[in-house]
Design a protein around this ligand. Structure first.
Ligand SMILES: C[S@@+](CC[C@H](N)C(=O)[O-])C[C@H]1O[C@@H](n2cnc3c(N)ncnc32)[C@H](O)[C@@H]1O
Length: 309
């Protein structure tokens, strides 16, 4: 099955969180199928500007003409961790009014067997958001050392059976290289003791491999650090995460950037460079029951918002 649809999550809270000014400059760092971009653009006047980024060539190719023909809109193929470069090239550093990152994979990436992200739909084991760069999951899993594999499954999948699964993968690949998603899913399923969990037994393994293949957490740390440089005073940062590893990074970054370093806390005069660069806005936002009923992907979404000071 293939799909070209991605329902944007937490749309209302994102639009509120960005506090959109009709003539502002906004960046959608994870364009996907443009669900959020389209709605942001609707709120801009002729002087407004929206710059969107995605590293997936299919996301770029699928962008509708109604967006790509719009003079207020620009779509960049690339990594969001190049944020400052992209914004610098457009002379907008320090002038961005709002930044959105809706992390992780899109529905079309997950649904299309050919992208190799899905343990439910058999396809070539790839998992690259940008299939033109980096190492495929297939090449990685057939070469990685058992110890490293165990570490990745534990760290990025928070997988309790990491050791067993790593052993099973290494044993299996000695017989036949692992090249299909269903093949990997079966190896994991056979290796993992059944604990009556609702989730598919390979969920955490696939998450871990996807994160490592796409360097997702490194990208996140880097784009967060750059976000404070591109935003103008009063500009908003909105980040939607989908699992605890991502959310922990966003939470820590926003917390640490919204207070002075330890040695200046409580001091009357804090040097400019040590003043907090962000202010937290509200509590993390999760989807309502109605949104989760309508869109399963929203169940684990968590939006955090901060404002550039
Ligand atoms: C959850 S989807 C975004 C969906 C989008 N908000 C919508 O409503 O259609 C995430 C998208 O961001 C892209 N992406 C994830 N991490 C990225 C990164 N570090 N750099 C560039 N694109 C990234 C993925 O390729 C994917 O298309």
């Amino acid at each position: 099955m293939s799909s070209n649809v991605h329902v944007p999550v937490l749309l209302g809270p994102v639009l509120d969180g960005l506090k959109i000014k009709p003539d502002g400059c906004y960046v959608d760092g994870t364009f996907g199928r443009g669900g959020h971009s389209r709605e942001i653009l609707k709120q801009l006047n002729d002087n407004g500007r929206l710059i969107a980024i995605d590293r997936d060539p299919q996301a770029i190719a699928a962008a509708p003409q109604s967006l790509t023909d719009d003079p207020r809109f620009e779509l960049i193929r690339g990594e969001s961790a190049q944020l400052e470069t992209f914004i610098g090239e457009r002379g907008r550093v320090g002038e961005v009014d709002g930044l959105l990152f809706d992390l992780g994979v899109s529905s079309p990436q997950l649904d299309e067997a050919g992208r190799g992200f899905s343990f439910l739909r058999d396809g070539p084991l790839d998992m690259r958001m940008d299939p033109d760069s980096g190492t495929s999951a297939r090449d990685w899993i057939n070469a990685v050392e058992e110890r490293e594999l165990k570490r990745v499954l534990r760290k990025y999948g928070e997988e309790q059976s990491a050791a067993r699964i790593a052993r099973a993968i290494v044993t299996a690949r000695e017989q036949t290289p692992i090249s299909r998603t269903a093949q990997l899913a079966r190896i994991v399923e056979d290796a993992k003791p059944s604990r009556g969990e609702k989730k598919h037994p390979a969920t955490k393994t696939f998450q871990a491999i996807r994160i490592v293949i796409n360097r997702e957490l490194e990208q996140l740390e880097s784009l967060l650090a750059q976000s404070v440089n591109v935003l103008r005073k009063g500009g908003r940062l909105c980040v939607i995460s989908f699992h605890s590893l991502e959310d922990r990074i966003v939470k820590r970054f926003m917390r640490d950037t919204s207070r002075e370093p330890e040695q200046y806390r409580g001091m009357p005069e804090v040097p400019e460079e040590f003043r907090p660069k962000l202010k937290l806005v509200g509590k993390p936002v999760v989807a309502t029951g109605a949104e989760v009923d309508a869109n399963r992907r929203a169940r684990s979404a968590r939006l955090r918002i901060a404002e550039r000071t």
